[in-house]
Design a binder for this molecule. Structure first.
Ligand code: SF4
Length: 65
């Protein structure tokens, strides 16, 4: 699981266009059904170590699988 630190995010939009699925939204655009995850993301981002090194991306799942 990856969390985005809302205090560090500069809303550059780079991750939103690269997302493999609809997993990242601007906070104001989060669908109503997923709004509870906004607070969870904030809480978990504060407890997880930041990633500073480039990593191989996970393989993308087939949209039909
Ligand atoms: S890439 Fe995504 S998480 Fe990182 S600063 Fe830009 S919008 Fe925020």
């Amino acid at each position: 699981m990856l969390y985005i630190d809302p205090e560090e995010c500069i809303d550059c939009d780079a991750c939103e266009v690269e997302r493999p699925v609809d997993a990242i939204f601007y906070e104001e655009d989060v669908p109503e059904a997923w709004k509870e995850f906004v607070l969870l993301n904030r809480e978990m981002a504060a407890t997880c170590p930041p990633i500073f090194d480039w990593k191989e991306p996970f393989a993308r799942r087939d949209a039909n699988s």
